[in-house]
Design a protein around this ligand. Structure first.
Ligand SMILES: C[S@@+](CC[C@H](N)C(=O)[O-])C[C@H]1O[C@@H](n2cnc3c(N)ncnc32)[C@H](O)[C@@H]1O
Length: 264
């Protein structure tokens, strides 16, 4: 076994991250970022460092599961959710269930919760639950704390900021409880083959599959298909696409915003 392969085995064992499900280029780039920061010259040296320094496990896990995100990332997508998708769901049902898969530090599910709050203010007979999951427990802890700096909030307008956040003395902002109440956070591995729930009305899985192999992407599309109700919405990241093998499972709803619907 070469140095890289044996490093991957140790990473899988120590970090619990299944590297073989991800594109090799991606894994290499993430490991290289840790090698630069730990001053290790090659995979063998980094492997040795990892084995001898248990404090390297957490930063490595963070590097492998990069959690870059912000509130209302790609605002146009959220406009379509606000103007079309949520009102359409509310026309047909009283309980709306949305899975935000790969939610990182919580900005995306809380953005959806803000829209849900605006919807239910007009439609008091409708309930919305946002199931927010990620593989990374550190990211989920931050999500549950619900405290964000200005940078994460740059797409939140003043009215929403005042209404849904508490301004703290240190310049950060805390999500108010009426928004938190919409969101249920849980740790979940999208590679597990098991959905967080079934009969879901919408799944958002954005900027997560860019690192997955084609095979894993196709399996994930099948998983979402099985978890959605008839006509349920699937919202992908702007740069993500459906593989040929699974194209027939969804029909385009808004091509520009990468919003699809479950095919009959
Ligand atoms: C770039 S963030 C995307 C956050 C948010 N969806 C957005 O678009 O702003 C990617 C997230 O995918 C998560 N992720 C990667 N592999 C995963 C897996 N197998 N299961 C669940 N989450 C995963 C990472 O931990 C990370 O938080």
């Amino acid at each position: 076994m070469d140095g890289f392969a044996s490093l991957l085995r140790s990473i899988e064992r120590l970090v619990g991250f299944k590297c073989s499900n991800y594109k090799e280029d991606y894994i290499k780039r993430r490991i290289l970022s840790r090698m630069r920061l730990t001053n290790t010259a090659d995979y063998e040296a980094y492997h040795k460092y990892l084995l001898g320094n248990p404090q390297e496990i957490d930063p490595l896990r963070n590097a492998l599961t990069i959690n870059v995100t912000k509130f209302f990332r790609d605002p146009e997508v959220f406009e379509v959710l606000r103007r079309e998708v949520l009102p359409d769901l509310a026309r047909h049902k009283k309980t709306i269930r949305i899975w935000c898969a790969g939610c990182a530090t919580g900005e995306e599910p809380y953005s959806i919760a803000i829209l849900a709050h605006e919807l239910t203010a007009l439609r008091r007979d409708v309930n919305v639950t946002v199931y927010a999951t990620d593989i990374d427990t550190g990211a989920l802890q931050k999500a549950m704390a619900g405290i964000y700096d200005e940078k994460a909030l740059e797409n939140v307008d003043r009215r929403r900021l005042r209404k849904h956040f508490i301004s703290r003395d240190d310049g950060t902002f805390e999500v108010r409880s009426h928004i938190r109440d919409f969101v249920k956070f849980r740790q979940h591995d999208l590679m597990s083959g098991v959905p967080i729930a079934r009969y879901l009305d919408a799944v958002t899985c954005r900027n997560v599959t860019i690192y997955f192999t084609e095979k894993q992407k196709n399996e994930l599309a099948r998983l979402f298909y099985s978890a959605l109700t008839a006509d349920g919405y699937y919202i992908m990241g702007k740069t993500e696409y459906l593989g040929r093998e699974v194209e027939h499972l969804f029909t385009p709803y808004n091509i520009a915003q990468k919003i699809l619907r479950k095919a009959a």
